[in-house]
Design a protein around this ligand. Structure first.
Ligand code: ADP
Length: 781
């Protein structure tokens, strides 16, 4: 495209323009399709003039061949060793083969009258700096009309944005990386504008706080999620971080409760404030971290440590931690107390070593070394000397801990003061020894029945008393029952059955029986005493007791009985004669004299008393030689009582005797012997009570038995004596009955007679108020 007007001062337009101005002016345009500048159209020259003087990057394609021009500002975009300076005057297609397909349509669009284009940050890779580079452009293609008003060329006003785009990309990458890191670390982010009070958090923060995901919010709204007891502290920490002097540091832990879901979390928030030149905070931003799990673990740890301390405290246990490498010893107050030191006193390894009694030291060390070598728990008991000189026993349990090299580095454990237990143990051993010696001295045998396990333990002495020579465990049937004398077997078996029933025997067992040695066939008399122990439901658990050989005592008694029986018999004959003589004397005339009558009456009474005493002794000896025979007959109880009252009206005249409810009861029993029982009980009631006091006999029915009760208002009997009243020759020794005669055989005989009838006899009493003696007999049915 040439001009016919070579007169135009072309260089006026192509003046200046820096390097590109120079290059365009120096270019040999005569060889170019555009021809020399003198012939260039005005529109081209004007455009070039604008271009060369612009500091904005510009590029021009002119004419059908799209011949190129560009300015200094554009030049760097072509790089070094690339298209510059060949691009000047070059055809567009020749210059940009690599991007021609992209840009040619744009050029065509503009050249064909279409609107101008505008592209921002468009990637248009170009060849420069000896390689194809990714280059970003923001550019506009606009048409330049020639003088005829037709499109003459395309002006490209552009700017390379490669750096900005790359920076943007880097920023995006950095942001992504940051997001990724925040994600991976499960961190929330926040940013506070102190000037406006507005607060922005990332989605995680908002999810934790229960805040609206998109909005910027007021700080006060975010603070709402913080638990009330932490809120003020957080507010204060923010205020502090916003002061220049604080260095802008913000680091705090608090709890939040999600506003929406009420889920709670423990949070650690860290941040930093930025200050302007006036030392005013313009931003405070940072992260938050959910420390609930750590918090829970540390709280659990704290809690379990506290619990452990409480448990140690409650159990009065000392605790220690001895570091072998440093010799340091950490211990609690109770541990010090176990060594006699107050809680605030210093305590160390040396004091510990000094406290142990030296003679125990080798054992303590050996036990410790053994535990370390075998990797087992360490347990030792040793006496220590307190600073006040007293000796206390300590029990220690410890566990060794080892380093990487397998060497023990420390031992941790607990201790307690066992002085009392040790002393109690010693005392127990002493008592056992004493008991063993006493048992040996008294030749006592012992037995122990575990009713739960079904085991029966007899000591050697017990076995000897049953003539057992085998060493096997003893059995109830094969050893005990089999060893009993046939006459005693049933009675003792029944007693043992009763001793297991609390309501019947209260667990008490006190019997005498004969054994016939299982192996040595020797007859022995033994006395066995024992006690059954019951659980809360009165179920028998254990039956324990002792057995004593009373063979000799028994034969003495038998001899004594024989003697008493013989003497009684011998006395009975002369006494009967004396009684007959008195009767005869009473008949003769002389006795009609009042004085004689009195004397003879008294003599007769004394003889009668003596007779009944001798009868008593005879009864005892008969009883003991098993000669108590019962002559049973049917009789009415009331009739019998009346007969007794009549016969002994003289004895009873000092008292008021009343009988109730007895006339309806008839029994089948030995009338004479039951009579002697009632007589005995009535005589005692008279003997042991004041003149003119009342005696009451009452009969009643209980479980198919008739119960006869004799009440008096006398001196009464102590609790401890009541149990023994029915023992032979037992008399209560006290001031009140010191001068009342008796041998202590009456109640013994009564008991034997009643038991011989299958009944029971017992007494109840309140001292100084009176006593009741009850006995039962089977009823006729
Ligand atoms: P004794 O011939 O000594 O009376 P008993 O065997 O009849 O012998 O009685 C034994 C002991 O029981 C008596 O010594 C007496 O201490 C006591 N005793 C018996 N009956 C009564 C009673 N009704 N009141 C008080 N004590 C009594």
């Amino acid at each position: 495209m040439s001009s016919d007007n070579p007169t135009i001062n072309t260089f006026q337009y192509l003046r200046d323009g820096g390097e590109m101005g120079k290059l365009i002016r120096a270019y040999d345009w005569s060889e170019n399709v555009l021809g020399k500048p003198e012939y260039w159209p005005q529109s081209l020259l004007t455009t070039l003039s604008i271009m060369l003087n612009s500091r904005f990057p510009m590029f021009l394609w002119w004419g059908p061949d799209l011949i190129q021009f560009y300015n200094d500002a554009y030049r760097p975009s072509l790089g070094n060793n690339g298209k510059h300076p060949t691009a000047i005057g070059q055809r567009g297609e020749d210059c940009w083969p690599e991007i021609w397909p992209i840009i040619k349509p744009l050029i065509d669009q503009v050249m064909s009258g279409g609107s101008s284009t505008f592209n921002e940050d468009q990637l248009i890779p170009i060849y420069r700096n000896n390689r194809l580079e990714d280059v970003y452009w923001t550019f506009s293609y606009s048409r330049v009309n020639d003088e005829s008003g037709n499109p003459g060329g395309v002006l490209v006003i552009c700017s390379e944005t490669t750096r900005q785009v790359q920076a943007h990309h880097e920023l995006l990458n950095a942001k992504n990386e940051l997001d990724f890191a925040l994600d991976a670390a499960d961190l929330g982010t926040w940013d506070l504008n102190p000037l406006t009070g507005s607060f922005v958090g990332n989605s995680r923060l908002k999810a934790w706080f229960g805040l609206n995901a998109d909005s910027e919010i007021e700080l006060s709204e975010a603070l709402e999620a913080i638990v009330p007891c932490d809120r003020e502290r957080v507010r204060e920490a923010i205020k502090q971080a916003l002061t220049y002097e604080s260095g802008g540091h913000y680091d705090i832990e608090y709890s939040i409760v999600n506003i929406e879901t009420a889920a709670s979390r423990n949070i650690r928030a860290m941040g930093k404030a930025i200050f302007n030149a006036n030392k005013e905070a313009i931003r405070l931003s940072g992260i938050i971290q959910d420390i609930t799990p750590e918090k829970t673990v540390s709280e659990q740890l704290k809690e379990s440590t506290q619990r452990l301390e409480m448990a140690l405290d409650a159990a009065n246990l000392g605790s220690f931690d001895l570091d072998f490498t440093t010799g340091n010893m950490i211990c609690n107050a109770q541990y010090k107390a176990n060594f006699g030191y107050p809680a605030d006193a210093p305590f160390n390894l040396q004091l510990f070593i000094d406290a142990i009694l030296p003679e125990y030291m080798p054992e303590v060390v050996a036990l410790r070394d053994k535990a370390i070598a075998n990797k087992t728990l360490y347990h030792a008991k040793y006496p220590v000397r307190w600073p006040d000189g007293s000796i206390h026993w300590i029990s220690v349990h410890g566990k060794p801990y080892y380093g990487r090299d397998g060497k023990a580095i420390r031992i941790i454990g607990v201790s307690n003061d066992i002085t009392r237990q040790v002393n109690a143990q010693k005392e127990l051993e002493r008592i056992y020894e004493q008991a063993r010696l006493s048992k040996e001295a008294a030749q006592l045998g012992t037995f122990d029945l575990d009713l739960q396990k079904g085991t029966m333990e007899w000591d050697e002495r017990c076995r000897t008393l049953f003539g057992i020579s085998h060493a096997d465990p003893v059995s109830y049937e094969k050893d005990f029952l089999a060893g009993l004398h046939p006459d005693d077997k049933e009675r003792i078996h029944k007693k043992i059955e009763e001793v297991y029933i609390k309501s019947v025997s209260n667990g008490d067992y006190d019997v005498e029986y004969r054994t016939i040695g299982l192996d040595d066939k020797k007859l022995r008399w033994v006395r066995a005493k024992g006690k059954t122990y019951f659980d809360e439901q009165d179920k028998p658990l254990r039956f324990i007791g002792s057995v004593l050989d009373i063979t000799e005592q028994k034969s003495d008694e038998l001899r004594k009985n024989d003697f008493i029986s013989m003497v009684s018999h011998e006395l009975k004959t002369p006494l009967t004669s004396v009684k007959a003589y008195i009767q005869m004397l009473m008949e003769i005339e002389l006795a009609k004299d009042e004085f004689m009558k009195q004397v003879l009456k008294k003599a007769d009474n004394q003889v009668k008393r003596m007779g009944s005493l001798i009868d008593g002794f005879l009864n005892v000896s008969r009883l003991e030689s098993g000669k108590l025979l019962l002559n049973k007959e049917h009789f009415n109880l009331n009739d019998l009582i009346e007969e007794i009252k009549d016969d002994a009206s003289l004895i009873f005249s000092s008292h008021v005797i009343k009988t109730t409810h007895c006339d309806t009861f008839t029994v089948n029993a030995d009338k004479e012997k039951i009579g002697s029982v009632i007589l005995n009980l009535l005589s005692n009631a008279v003997k042991y009570s004041q003149k003119n006091s009342a005696i009451h006999i009452d009969c009643s029915e209980h479980n198919g038995m008739v119960k006869i009760s004799v009440h008096d208002e006398g001196i009464g009997i102590n609790e401890q004596d009541i149990k023994k009243l029915f023992d032979r020759f037992y008399r209560v020794e006290n001031n009140q009955n010191r001068f009342i005669s008796g041998f202590g055989i009456g109640l013994y005989l009564c008991a034997e007679i009643i038991q011989g009838h299958g009944g029971n006899i017992w007494a109840e009493s309140t001292p100084d108020k009176g006593s009741v003696f009850h006995f039962t007999l089977p009823l006729l049915n």
